[in-house]
Design a binder for this molecule. Sequence first.
Ligand code: P6P
Length: 337
Amino acid sequence: MSGIKTLGQFIIEKQADFPYAKGELSRLLRDIGIASKIVNREVNKAGLVDILGDADTINIQGEGQKKLDVYANEQFISALTSGGECCIVASEEEDDFVRIESPVSKNARYIVCIDPLDGSSNIDINVTVGTIFSIYRRKSTEGPATLDDVLQKGTEQVAAGYVIYGSSTMMVYTTGKGVNGFTLDPSIGEFCLSHPNMKIPEDGVIYSINEGNYVHFPEGVKKYIKYAQVEDKATNRPYTSRYIGAMAADIHRSLIKGGIYMYPTTSASPKGKLRLLYECNPMAFIIEQAGGIASDGLNRILDIEPTELHQRVAIFVGSPKMVKKAEEFMAEFSPVE
Ligand code: P6P
């Protein structure tokens, strides 16, 4: 395999970046990679087996669970359990955090926060979905890990990543030393390095938001959207609007082409819709590592102190120039009292 570098080879190679690493984080990342390949196999044939549609269950978010949501959640928890490096999993699909009790995990030092299948309503229409994960080191040193080990600020993450199941399946992750992207080569069943050292463009011409919520947006967001739509060739406006309905895919596009993804507060989601621990923090870590910005319109996402497991926040994330412009409109028209 001349010139091909697999995810496993890359992880081992980069382990040297962490002089005290004993391979635990490397093993954890590989476990997530394996579960992603299993989920990918089912996502790719979702239309052929009875795994489409609703699981007739509701998650803590009050959202109907798709069968594939439940399946993906089971696969990641199973991989993390057998891998032995994770002591707690906090999942969008679980009401409470899941403490991993297994002989191999008794000395596990890592916490994984995960959205196993983000944007799963896209499955039935064959549109991209994603997995988003965040990895922390447990803070407690004795006894079973607790909720305090999970509720850590985004700046404490040791790694974060996403998988997008789209026209190809990609994993993009960071361990705090840049961002690298891997594309799954089905012919060898390996994620191969395809996007080394990813950097987000400083500016862009694509904005991504669910404009169906327009009437309920903060005034600053409304003003930004109108700014994006005004003709001004000097600043490449009007911008283009793109919205896939899966955060990982919309943010991946911004990472490649430049752009901004926004999910502000709305009447239905007065604190924002997206979850801090397993959607906004990991995506913020990745985008900052690629040279971008992620805030709630005012505060840096990674500095937000979590208070609850499924805490929701507003998010403005992407190319620095675009996010800063949106923040200016928020400061002027929707100042925080
Ligand atoms: P809406 C998917 O449910 C998700 O969490 C993100 O991936 C996505 O960007 C957003 O919510 C879609 O929400 O309200 O626009 O359908």
